[in-house]
Ligand binder design. Structure first.
Ligand SMILES: NC(=O)c1ccc[n+]([C@@H]2O[C@H](COP(=O)([O-])OP(=O)(O)OC[C@H]3O[C@@H](n4cnc5c(N)ncnc54)[C@H](O)[C@@H]3O)[C@@H](O)[C@H]2O)c1
Length: 319
């Protein structure tokens, strides 16, 4: 089967998809970018616009079949705006149907493809695609998940530690390790028990623990709601995280080891037999391995709630 190294296809050339394409072009990350969408008008407009970006990456309209022969497919397709369902089950069914129709249109895909999903409901999409393509390793099919929530958690810890240091001292060095936000975007579970600041467990820093409620708000989708209230959708933050992730995956050699190898992505977590956001090490073939992080009893209970809800969503989408 034909396979095109260096080709990144973006299925869904709307706001998020085109912003990712723009950002990938500025960083010359891919050899070629194919835009695939149901709307020919959108594709043609986006291709004409993006072709003006100075980059070594070429951009053109592509077909679903061509996408199936890429190194990496990024799925940002969504149902049309304004087509909101009042019933959640109806929305889940419609979403699963959308993903399976995209999978079927791309088929046959080669076994070394990587698929990154950014559309919601991300865990349901990842699980559906993994089942649809049994010949592709589940380590090659993953979703953006809580990468942004984790970045917000880390930034918040840094900010809090900087604020609590003496104002007369120069900016202190704050080294955050193992700070993760697992679960789902809508129900993030902050793993406090694992995080460390300059080698000290966060759970031992009372000034941080006292601010947990504030942290929950910062990490949650609160900011996205604020943006959406004002301009409909949020895309710059997500597009920049996707670009960083794609750069980290495509530019890695088997032996390279950078600080950007650990991500919190939507993956199948065997421990919970379910897809959810979990810390993983990435490599140039997708997920290298899942991190075996310890969680407290309370965090475990919260994760079980997420698992229960994700399993119910999966069931409801196929009923
Ligand atoms: N993971 C995140 O953090 C994050 C952030 C922002 C947006 N999103 C999600 O990304 C998705 C896209 O957001 P957007 O703002 O770009 O939406 P958008 O409406 O601007 O774009 C969606 C595009 O998908 C296309 N599309 C619909 N069905 C298709 C199909 N079957 N095949 C190919 N293309 C199809 C539409 O024509 C449209 O161009 C949404 O689900 C949104 O919730 C996720």
């Amino acid at each position: 089967m034909v396979h095109h190294p260096g080709r990144v296809s973006i299925v869904g050339a709307g706001t998020l998809g085109s912003t990712i394409a723009y950002s990938l072009m500025l960083t010359n990350t891919a050899k070629e970018i194919l835009l695939v969408d149901m709307s020919q008008n959108i594709i043609q407009g986006q291709v004409l616009d993006l072709a003006e970006v100075q980059s070594t990456t070429t951009v053109r309209a592509g077909t679903f079949k061509e996408a199936g022969q890429s190194t990496l497919v990024i799925i940002t397709a969504d149902t049309l705006p304004g087509d909101a369902d009042t019933d959640r089950q109806q929305w889940l069914k419609r979403s699963r149907h959308l993903m399976l129709s995209i999978a079927s249109s791309m088929s046959p895909v080669h076994s070394e493809i990587m698929i990154l999903v950014t559309s919601d409901p991300v865990d349901l999409y990842v699980q559906s695609l993994q089942l649809y393509f049994p010949h592709v390793s589940p380590k090659r099919i993953f979703g953006l998940g809580n990468a942004m929530a984790t970045a917000r958690f880390t930034e918040w810890l840094k900010e809090m530690m900087t604020l609590s240091s003496s104002s007369s001292s120069p900016s202190p060095v704050v080294n955050i390790t193992d700070a993760y936000c697992v679960g789902t975007q809508h129900s993030p579970v902050i793993v406090w028990s694992n995080a460390e600041v300059n080698g000290t467990p966060v759970s031992a820093l009372s000034n941080l623990i006292a601010q947990r409620a504030t942290c929950d708000k910062v990490v949650s989708n609160h900011r996205r709601y604020l943006i959406c209230e004002r301009k409909g959708r949020a895309w710059f933050g997500e597009a920049s995280v996707v670009t960083r992730l794609v750069m980290a995956i495509l530019k890695q050699t088997p032996s390279s080891r950078t600080a950007d190898t650990t991500w919190v992505l939507s993956v199948n977590v065997p421990r919970y037999e379910c897809c959810l956001s979990w810390p993983v090490a990435i490599c140039n073939t997708g997920i290298k391995n899942l991190l075996d992080i310890p969680v407290s009893e309370d965090e475990h209970e919260q994760i079980l709630q997420v698992v229960k809800s994700n399993m119910a969503d999966f069931q409801a989408s196929s009923d």
